[in-house]
Design a binder for this molecule. Structure first.
Ligand code: GAR
Length: 195
């Protein structure tokens, strides 16, 4: 059965858009039932509205704790019968309130070859370290910062004249192709296993 996914994002949403495009082209069988965004002015909200995807936008500062805003998110996820959470540039750790009910069903994409360069500004960190190869990692989400079990990785060569912008462009190109493909494979595996 087609899985209902909620995509969580904080920023521009190019990965969100790539997921929607893959769904539209039937390369990814999923229903994007909700965008969850923690940044009320993020560009990803415009993308969701243009595509007719419902949004839950919240401001973490309006809540006294992570548990409180995650409770509100959970209500939305339950209301929309969400099967999987797909993080696409959601710049926040996921807390117990969502980890427990969605154990093994939360994915993240990160712009480095983890465990190298976790956290913020992974592309800047890679350039700073002077590595010749960086890349993209897709992994399950656990309590830590980009620490969950790795599902897939793809390398991207770092050129000697790369800037943050040029490397980010090549890394994002890889992300946009890899994320929908891996999610599709995963959904098929889990469907096959649950039959
Ligand atoms: C992506 O490159 C994603 O890998 C990264 O944020 C970017 C969001 O771009 N995520 C992380 O760094 C998570 N630790 P987008 O808003 O254009 O999809």
């Amino acid at each position: 059965m087609t899985k209902n996914i909620a995509i969580f994002a904080s920023g521009s949403g190019s990965n969100f858009q790539a997921l929607l495009r893959a769904i539209e082209k039937q390369r990814l069988q999923a229903n994007p039932v909700l965008l969850v965004c923690d940044s009320p002015h993020a560009l990803v909200i415009d993308r969701a509205k243009a595509a007719g995807v419902d949004c839950f936008v919240f401001s973490p500062k309006a809540y006294s704790s992570k548990a409180m805003f995650e409770k509100d998110i959970l209500l939305q996820l339950q209301e929309k019968h969400v099967d999987w959470i797909v993080l696409a540039g959601y710049m926040r750790l996921i807390g117990e309130t969502l980890l427990t009910p969605f154990a093994g069903r939360i994915l993240n994409i990160h712009p480095s070859l983890l465990p190298s360069f976790p956290g913020k500004d992974a592309i800047g960190q890679a350039l700073q370290a002077g590595v010749n190869i960086s890349g993209v990692t897709i992994h399950y989400v656990d309590h830590g910062m980009d620490t969950g079990p790795i599902i897939a990785q793809q390398a991207v060569v770092v050129r000697s004249d790369d800037t943050k912008a040029s490397l980010a462009r090549r890394i994002q190109k890889v992300e946009h192709a890899l994320y929908p493909r891996i999610i599709q494979e995963l959904f098929h595996e889990t469907t096959a296993l649950s039959v």
